[in-house]
Design a protein around this ligand. Structure first.
Ligand SMILES: Cc1ncc(COP(=O)(O)O)c(C=O)c1O
Length: 388
């Protein structure tokens, strides 16, 4: 079966991992700091803290901002559970912003409208978590301006977009945000098996995150309150977690980072081929804004429902029969039982809800063959009228 996205492991990746497996340190060794340093160079951010997932990285970012019970946090409706769970797990109240009908990222016009209303009601969010959907960075310059006006912090959920750029600025630089999160799950641009990272330019956030990642423990001499009276002396300063990345994962990540440009180049090349096929057809592709380089974690197409020859749910089995796994990214988050129980309703975020019933992600990854792309187009021609 050909999936919507997958990892690509080279012989060098395998050798790097084996080297660590044969070394003295499978964790807390030299690979994680090296991986963090490399990520810091690539993203031009001052501090990088590698974690065992983007989910844990998001949680740590929320805690670094000291988000607490009843603080309000907003995110996109078009995202994975983790973008919201991180705030819920700090006791926050979550709310959503609908997506733009063309970029499928949060709609900045909607964001501004909602902020104006929230300001009047004195219910402004403490933090916003914009999600770089499919690999396209959100409109950070505009969002940053709004954050200054309405005084909220920004955590970019860039789980999809390592290697992407805004005005040639790498995602992760935090030029227009407080913190950025990456995911290195195997379907993402590069992988560490499971893994994630936080980037920031704020030393206090970095310190807090590093401590919380290590069960709330510090072993930095100058941070000690009391005298270090034995060689491996440490102090616990908070109730943290074990959100560490292993050295095995970091070695894979370091090796994968060497091919980051290649991964991005290949994904963009495949996106260009698809876009040529869909030009002037009834199939809509993600609009990429000027001065943006997408990492194309996903290649999503949206159908004009009137042009579909079969029902939406039948599309998935049609592809499966021909050996392809296509998927929906994402069912609007507020439609899940968790959020319905909180009072969110159908009809509240119409763009996202309509998208949820008319979009699919088709395969895109390094190694996808042109003959398979052609097969995908043939299947699409069977299920939808191409003509506008
Ligand atoms: C937008 C987004 N945020 C967060 C995550 C969580 O990533 P991880 O699986 O590394 O925890 C994902 C995972 O798919 C995601 O798509």
């Amino acid at each position: 079966m050909i999936p919507f996205s997958r990892h690509n492991i080279s012989q060098n990746d395998v050798s790097s991992v084996i080297k660590v497996l044969k070394s003295n340190y499978l964790t807390k060794g030299y690979q994680v700091p090296k991986f963090e340093k490399k990520l810091s160079q690539i993203t031009k951010s001052k501090y990088v803290i590698a974690c065992n997932s983007a989910t844990s990285a998001l949680h740590l970012a929320c805690m670094a901002l000291r988000l607490k019970k009843n603080d309000i946090v907003w995110t996109s409706t078009n995202t994975f559970a983790a973008s919201s769970n991180c705030a819920l797990n700090c006791g926050c109240k979550i709310d959503f912003i609908d997506i733009d009908k063309n970029t499928w990222n949060i709609c900045v016009v909607e964001l501004e409208k909602k902020l104006k209303i929230a300001a009047k009601k004195k219910k402004l969010p403490k933090a916003l978590i914009p999600v770089h959907f499919g690999g396209q960075p959100t409109e950070q310059i505009k969002i940053k301006k709004l954050s200054k006006k309405y005084n909220f912090k920004i955590i970019e959920d860039a789980s999809h977009s390592i290697g992407a750029e805004v005005n040639k600025e790498p995602v992760g630089s935090c030029k227009w945000s407080d913190l950025t999160i990456f995911s290195f799950h195997p379907v993402k641009i590069i992988t560490t098996g499971e893994g994630g990272a936080v980037t920031t330019n704020n030393p206090m956030y970095a310190k807090t995150i590093r401590e919380l990642r290590e069960n709330g423990i510090t072993n930095v001499n100058k941070s000690f309150r009391y005298k270090a009276y034995y060689p491996n002396y440490y102090e616990q300063v908070s109730a943290g977690y074990n959100y560490r990345m292993s050295d095995i994962s970091a070695a894979l990540g370091l090796s994968q980072l060497k091919r980051l440009k290649k991964f991005i180049h290949e994904r963009n090349k495949i996106a260009k081929i698809y876009k040529n096929y869909f030009k002037n057809t009834s199939i809509k592709v993600q609009k990429i804004l000027p001065n943006i380089k997408s990492s194309y974690h996903l290649f999503v197409i949206q159908f004009n429902k009137r042009k579909l020859k079969i029902r939406y749910k039948e599309i998935f089995s049609k592809f499966k029969k021909k050996g392809f796994v296509v998927n929906l990214h994402y069912k609007a988050l507020h439609l899940n039982p968790l959020y319905r129980n909180m009072g969110f309703k159908l009809g509240q975020f119409p763009i996202s809800e309509n998208y949820s019933k008319s979009a699919i992600s088709i395969p895109i990854f390094l190694g996808l063959k042109l003959k398979d792309i052609k097969k995908i187009i043939t299947i699409l021609k069977e299920i939808v009228e191409f003509k506008k």
